[in-house]
Design a protein around this ligand. Structure first.
Ligand SMILES: [Zn+2]
Length: 251
């Protein structure tokens, strides 16, 4: 680590659990952040400030005036710009020494699989079930830890699927794909601005712990937040042996 890095990350290095070794592991980690919206904004900001060595930031959308209420990567001056590029500018301004790769496209199929394969861990900061299941399948296939968050209205949830382990449940074990599932999106349902900040920041915390190899992750636990009463619930879950994605019946 350079003198400047020792200074920049000094408040991490002071943590006994983290130290220089943990920070070095963070610096050597490549995180794929899918979605540069309400969840991806705070998540990516903390990953960048904390020194994740490489961040690939994926979003096929451009900054809209209605995003500014919660998507804190973006500014009014950048309305109309691709979110991936707007995010790159925000992250690079905080930490010019890390690598940020903006991908202004919707990841699917082979491209999604290749991006997941090249990353050390994946943050799902998207807002629709089809993409969530596609990301989960790629993470199961390439055995990558997946940190998944969601926020709608006043309801938030977060979990970790540590797919490096054969006995780990995947997203599909917990939320099986159903044809009649009702899609709830911020565009029509509304979302409380700081709720996305709370969940996105927790995704960054779990990602940094996984990168540094410290603590105990949320693997096997789903945290649910009701921001109106500010009450958390923790639900334990296990692998579904019959899961079509990660079970013995799957691919
Ligand atoms: Zn599964």
């Amino acid at each position: 680590m350079t003198d400047e890095q020792l200074l920049r990350y000094s408040r991490h290095i002071l943590l006994n659990e983290l130290g220089i070794e943990g920070q070095e592991r963070i610096l050597a980690t490549h995180v794929l952040v899918i979605g540069a919206g309400g969840l991806g904004s705070p998540a990516a900001l903390y990953l960048a400030s904390a020194g994740i060595g490489k961040i690939t930031l994926v979003d096929d959308d451009s900054v809209d005036f209605t995003n500014l209420q919660r998507q804190i990567l973006h500014t009014q001056a950048r309305v109309g710009m691709a979110k991936a590029e707007s995010g790159r500018q925000a992250l690079q301004a905080i930490n010019p020494e890390i690598a940020i790769v903006p991908l202004p496209q919707r990841l699917a199929g082979e491209v999604l699989a290749a991006q997941v394969a090249s990353a050390d861990l994946v943050l799902d900061c998207t807002d629709n079930f089809a993409t969530r299941h596609a990301i989960n399948r790629a993470c199961v296939q390439h055995k990558k830890p997946l940190v998944s968050g969601a926020a709608i209205r006043f309801d938030g949830q977060i979990s970790v699927y540590d797919l490096r382990r054969a006995d780990a449940p995947c997203y599909h074990c917990l939320f099986p794909e159903a044809a009649d599932v009702e899609e709830m999106r911020c565009a029509v349902m509304g979302v409380f601005a700081p709720l996305t900040g709370i969940i996105g920041t927790m995704q960054a915390a779990e990602a940094l712990k996984l990168a540094a190899g410290i603590g105990e992750s949320l693997a096997g636990r789903l945290l649910l937040l009701d921001a109106l009463s500010m009450e958390w619930r923790s639900v334990r879950f296990g692998k579904d042996p019959a899961c079509a994605v990660c079970g013995t019946g799957g691919s």
